[in-house]
Design a protein around this ligand. Structure first.
Ligand SMILES: Cc1ncc(C[n+]2csc(CCOP(=O)(O)OP(=O)(O)O)c2C)c(N)n1
Ligand SMILES: [Mg+2]
Length: 556
């Protein structure tokens, strides 16, 4: 992990910089213009360097380290660009760890800049402030690339190596540590090297094989995951040529516009999986289809993934395409045998209408989602927390564009939503952003309302307040003989809570009231708004999500 070639020797012309200044200069050279951060003595010199560069890089400080890391994560997921956060070692680093874990799970390029105890004391357990056993070892488990800045001269090279590693193969987070007494060392520093990102060569043989399989397919299906987000045009074209439905659950939503009848969520995707003969899976673990719906030898699964190890993890693929989805799909489309397929438009329109009819069984879940969709402009971004409302949204909320539906993916990390949405809204101040939260999840990072007010972040947060970890409560009711434990919640008055921070607070009791409150908030687009929606027990969305095995007999 530390196999970084040393930075080139400084020339006489190189300016003298502190390690902190060199690190900030390297961030700037890579186009970063914001750092989410919470200060402390270990990083004072870094913050001083950020002060001096504040005309070029904004420092957005939060009220807890998890807020800083989630904001960087949100900004990365919304933009696809590298984002950074900085926190103190030990407790600061650990406070940010769940966000780093979720950045790993969502392949988000988040760079963590973590302080450290004095260089000479590392590993000696002398009881220094914020000392933790083997901080590097902890970080190495959470990220793919980790390094330690030991001198100013090596800072530019290490920043460049971290950023290159975050883009190479399967993208993801990286961490750089620097000791309290290293940040301020001054020496000649070479100019910040900008990491080139060479395009990976395409495997023409594999692309040709995939094109032939798909061209011959009787009933092809495309499954889009987070790795397909930047290949929306290509996925859409391939879907049209093959008349193949595109299934997305969480992180692939919006890759194919939901207004296209070939765009499907789990219920129709499940029906398609049962009948498909060839599946093209793009940037997804295929976790639900493989583990819940089953797979057999009559189904040829073509995997396209940035991670060369991913395709064979569960079952050897028919064809593996390794690399970025966009150029590979472009080449695949060019190689696709010409074949006129009958349009599935009318069939899919009818099936979509039937499904929407069934989804109305979700009652208030469906009606509130409908009101949100009507109020949120098509370029608006929805960030889901882990709540019944979001579980329903995954199957019932239409998403029109890529990167407009932000989900924690397989971590399903309760409480990430509000702070992550703050990062989304900070990085995309040009579009409306909505956080969809339950009362349980919102309170994980509700303190960051202060951050939203301080930095005037125009986020609109909807809190569905059922005074419960409602999803947990339903499980206890249905599966554990109604033995309710640890699931009831005492809430603040969320409207007054928001107002006490200087945010706008509103209460909406019906879908109509919610729609009106949302329209007012989006029109204001200034500072944070919190809308409380008091609800009772909600209908279960799980019949649309937990679907039965339809292929193969073996359990995995
Ligand atoms: C970090 C984390 N802790 C716990 C859970 C388990 N969990 C999933 S949903 C849920 C309840 C969420 O409550 P709330 O946000 O109020 O939404 P509701 O279910 O009431 O709609 C819990 C505790 C989780 N997914 N992630
Ligand atoms: Mg709740």
């Amino acid at each position: 992990m530390n196999d970084i070639s040393p930075a080139p020797a400084a020339t006489l012309a190189a300016p003298t910089l502190t390690a902190a200044e060199a690190t900030v200069a390297a961030l700037l050279a890579h186009g970063l213009d914001t750092i989410y951060a919470l200060p402390g003595v270990h990083n004072d010199v870094l913050f001083d360097a950020l002060f001096k560069a504040s005309d070029r890089i904004r420092t957005v400080h939060t009220r807890h380290e998890q807020g800083a890391a989630y904001m960087a994560l949100g900004a990365a997921l919304a933009t696809g660009r590298t984002q950074a956060y900085s926190v103190v070692p030990g407790p600061g680093m650990l406070n940010s760890a769940a966000a780093l874990l979720t950045a790993y799970g969502t392949n988000a390029p988040v760079l963590a800049l973590i302080g450290h105890i004095p260089q000479a004391a590392i590993g000696r357990m002398l009881g220094y402030l914020h000392e933790v056993r083997d901080q590097a070892g902890i970080l190495e488990r959470l990220v793919d690339f980790h390094a330690h800045i030991r001198t100013p001269a090596e800072a530019p090279g290490l920043v460049a190596a971290a950023i290159a590693a975050m883009r190479r193969g399967r993208p993801g987070p990286a961490a750089l540590e620097c000791a309290i007494d290293t940040w301020g060392i001054r020496e000649a520093v070479p100019a910040a090297a900008v990491a080139p990102s060479p395009a990976a060569p395409l495997d023409a043989g594999a692309i040709g094989a995939a094109a032939n399989r798909l061209g011959d397919a009787r009933r092809p299906l495309i499954v889009a995951g987070g790795g397909a987000q930047d290949a929306s045009a290509e996925v859409s074209e391939l879907s049209r040529l093959l008349q193949a439905p595109v299934l997305a659950f969480r992180r692939g939503r919006g890759v194919l516009d939901a207004r296209n009848p070939l765009s499907v969520t789990l219920p129709l995707g499940h029906e398609e999986w049962a009948k498909a003969d060839v599946v093209l899976a793009i940037g997804t673990h295929l976790h639900i289809p493989f583990n819940q719906w089953g797979v057999d030898d009559d189904l040829a699964v073509i995997r396209l993934d940035a991670d060369p190890e991913e395709p064979a993890r569960f079952k050897a693929p028919a064809v593996a395409l390794i690399g970025d989805a966009k150029p590979i799909l472009r080449a695949l489309i060019e190689r696709l045998p010409q074949r006129n397929r009958p349009s599935r438009h009318d069939e899919m329109v009818a099936r979509q209408a039937k499904l929407r009819e069934r989804l109305t069984r979700l009652g208030p879940l469906f009606a509130f989602l409908d009101a949100i969709r009507a109020a949120l402009p098509e370029e608006g971004i929805l960030v889901e927390d882990v709540t019944q409302m979001a579980f329903a949204a995954r199957v019932a909320f239409p998403v029109y564009r890529p990167r407009t539906y932000i989900s924690p993916g397989y971590q399903d990390n309760l409480g990430w939503g509000f702070a992550t949405a703050l990062g989304v809204a900070d990085a995309r101040r040009d579009v409306p952003v909505l956080a969809l939260c339950g009362d349980g999840g919102f309170m994980f990072t509700a303190n960051e309302l202060a951050t939203a007010v301080r930095h005037r972040i125009p986020l609109v947060t909807v809190v569905f307040a059922d005074s419960a970890f409602g999803n947990v409560r339903r499980n206890q009711e249905e599966r554990y003989g109604n033995r309710l434990i640890a699931c009831d919640l005492a809430n603040p008055d969320f409207v007054r809570f928001a107002e006490s921070f200087g945010a706008i607070g509103e209460r909406a009791r019906t879908p109509n009231e919610l729609g009106a409150a949302l329209s007012r908030a989006f029109a204001r687009h200034a500072g944070p708004t919190l809308i409380e929606v008091p609800v009772g027990p909600l209908p279960s969305p799980w019949e649309f999500i937990r679907l039965p095995r339809v292929r193969g007999s073996q359990r995995p």
